[in-house]
Ligand binder design. Sequence first.
Ligand code: FAD
Length: 250
Amino acid sequence: MTPLKLTMLSREALNDNTVNMAFAVSSEQPFVVIAGQFLRLHFTQDDGLETFRSYSVASIFPEEKTTLDQIDIAVSWVPGGLATERLSQMQVGDQLEATGPYGRFCLLPDRHERYFLIATGTGVTPYRAMLNEIELRLQAGSEFYVVMGAQDATGLLYEADFVAMEQRYEGFHYVPCLSRQQRDKPGPNDQSGYVQQYLAQHEFDAENDITYLCGNPNMVDDAYQLLKDKGLPVPLIKREKYVSPPIRKK
Ligand SMILES: Cc1cc2nc3c(=O)[nH]c(=O)nc-3n(C[C@H](O)[C@H](O)[C@H](O)COP(=O)(O)OP(=O)(O)OC[C@H]3O[C@@H](n4cnc5c(N)ncnc54)[C@H](O)[C@@H]3O)c2cc1C
């Protein structure tokens, strides 16, 4: 796969620990991507070995499958992390190689009655990418729950985009689950605790529901077990764990 070239356009703080980075994409072939997919950004370790880190495309896609010449990613800083160090040092105009798109964490062609899109942290970005396709499915009668886990309200990334959708569609529910600190003025659906505690209150229906889990691997594992115990078959629990690849050694 010929690498894509990404040129940094901007970096903006989303909170103390997370930034939105925008890049121009140049590639030999048109960069065709489906909402929910990710890229691998290439880095060279201090010992000279090539490695990569994966980042979901966070831009709101005009259509579910589209050609993009510019992308946003949301990067959560990890102390001592390789990508963290490199991406935080980049300046506007600096370039980076990437490959992709990769992944099948996308809305399936079949329309389901109820969608539970569950995330922690930057794991919410694939759902932001899907917003226009979500709107089409809302118009066709589906119901959506975006269940977003964070320690406090500063972790509710891109909240305005989800709140705007909730204000326009009765069938769209944005459910922030705050595990450490509640808001002084809670939103209409704010929950106290982990996303798993919210999911535990629901009954799921294998005929009509589909669930997506994205972000912190512990959340993904716990929620996966919970949903299976509640009777959802494995193909109806789609997962994307935000983990780093093993450290490459010579
Ligand atoms: C498919 C996929 C999509 C992803 N999308 C995104 C995305 O959109 N945004 C994003 O920010 N990340 C995303 N990730 C995670 C990302 O690829 C990196 O793993 C992460 O940014 C850390 O990279 P790093 O090089 O800074 O840290 P590393 O050098 O990889 O890690 C440094 C140390 O921190 C530990 N560590 C790694 N991640 C965490 C963490 N989250 N919390 C605590 N400790 C950690 C590592 O085990 C290691 O010991 C995704 C991962 C996958 C597999």
